[in-house]
Design a protein around this ligand. Structure first.
Ligand code: B12
Ligand code: SF4
Ligand code: SF4
Length: 336
């Protein structure tokens, strides 16, 4: 039991840390304990044993630390869950060219500007420094790469709820947010878990072109265009090349159709501007013009597209081109 004076100190410290996080530019911050997310852990284990993680072998390494951070950091007390809005309108969607000769591939919104890992890591370092100055011990800040079930901790910290498309959906920014966390030994005041839900809606499940959302809340990565175009190292199976809806890198279809993403809030993070990266689409000719890996690395030096590697981007462009040719031939034959 805490006395009133202790509770007040904890409350003040929590408010101070939340204010620092907001000043650093995070758009939402919530606190939860470092205790395991037990139900999410069961779902995660089931997901792995069903083979849904495909070739992402790193997810299988010590899966228990993803839902129980205290196994790694026994003195951890709190998880500070953070979100950064990356939404921006597609400037080209209103006057899209209808030039069937110029083939373009679409880029998922998260990758239009600079890579979010660097932008967020910089903010996390500053937050950790501020906590350390307040006598709190922190372990490395996490964004994406860390072994933590980020969506589950964000949900328990009250940032939003997990939808049937598996996204963490916030009340203010929909699902157009990146997630990040700081794990600390400070005892902080916990937020209540988020309570929203999808209700009877199943738009994302119906819209997914490859049936990757084979059940609500469960995504088979092996069928997901995002996985096939970014994480997958091999060829894109033919069964999917005709279903990629011109996505060259990543996929946003199950987010675009979500009613919680109706009116996006423009991000205020300069690094996410399309002028800083690949933008909403790329001409396939531009990819052909990249003569080698060095040219690819130079063109996309700060972009998330680096993740797919030169060979991956060329493979994706080829898949779109082959599909477009087949489509054209079919239309030609039908009109003859
Ligand atoms: C591996 C991975 C992928 C894989 C697998 C995605 C997936 N849905 O599992 C692939 C490559 C496909 C992928 C794609 C994308 N990713 Co990704 N990815 C990750 C990563 C590294 C791990 C996710 C994971 O553990 N998956 C395993 C499943 C089981 O866990 P989960 O996704 O958290 O699922 C929860 C629920 O679905 C629920 N659940 C599972 N089964 C069941 C069953 C029932 C009955 C119920 C009720 C619930 C339930 O439990 C889980 C609890 O956490 C996280 C970062 C991280 N460290 O967490 C980023 C992360 C999830 N990705 C992110 C993003 C932005 C994307 C893309 C939008 C990129 C793009 N535009 O192409 C797509 C979205 C695809 C989608 N619909 O999820 C963001 C999501 C932010 C958000 N608002 O949710 C994260 C959090 C990275 C970050 N730090 O911002 N990703
Ligand atoms: S990201 Fe695309 S392919 Fe993956 S589940 Fe969503 S709609 Fe389906
Ligand atoms: S589209 Fe509908 S079912 Fe899918 S996540 Fe959004 S609200 Fe939930």
């Amino acid at each position: 039991m805490r006395c009133a004076a202790q509770s007040k100190i904890i409350k003040n410290l929590t408010q101070e840390i939340k204010a620092i996080a907001r000043d650093l530019g995070f758009h939402a911050v919530g606190i939860t304990s470092a205790e395991p997310v037990v139900e999410a852990g069961k779902h995660f284990n089931q997901w792995l044993s069903d083979g849904f993680s495909g070739e992402m072998s790193y997810l299988k390494k010590s899966p228990e630390i993803r839902f129980d951070p205290k196994r790694r950091f026994p003195e951890a007390k709190s998880v500070i869950a953070l979100a950064l809005n990356y939404y921006q309108d597609n400037p080209s969607s209103e006057n899209q060219k209808n030039d069937s000769e110029v083939l373009e591939g679409k880029i998922a919104r998260y990758a239009w500007g600079e890579d979010y890992h660097r932008i967020i890591e910089n903010k996390l370092e500053q937050l950790i420094q501020a906590i350390t100055e307040r006598k709190g011990r922190c372990w490395k800040g996490y964004v994406d790469h860390g072994p933590l079930l980020e969506r589950a901790f964000a949900e328990r910290a009250g940032l939003g709820f997990i939808g049937k498309n598996t996204h963490l959906i916030t009340p203010e920014f929909g699902s157009w947010v990146f997630l990040a966390e700081v794990i600390t030994d400070l005892v902080l005041e916990e937020d209540l878990p988020a309570t929203g839900q999808c209700g009877t809606c199943k738009r994302c499940i119906e819209a997914c072109p490859t049936d990757a959302l084979n059940e609500p809340y469960r995504l088979d990565a092996r069928r997901c265009i995002s996985y096939l175009t970014i994480e997958n190292k091999g060829e894109i199976p033919e069964t999917f090349t005709s279903k990629m809806e011109n996505m060259l890198f990543g996929c946003d279809i199950c987010q675009e159709v979500c009613p919680f993403n109706g009116i996006g809030v423009q991000t205020d993070v300069p690094g996410f501007s399309i002028t800083r990266g690949a933008g909403p689409s790329l001409k396939l000719d531009e990819i052909d013009a990249l003569s080698d890996n060095a040219a690819f690395k130079q063109r996309f030096s700060k972009s998330p597209l680096l993740r797919a590697k030169y060979s991956g981007l060329v493979r994706n462009a080829d898949a779109l081109r082959v599909h477009n040719k087949t489509l054209k031939d079919t239309i030609k034959n039908e009109t003859l």
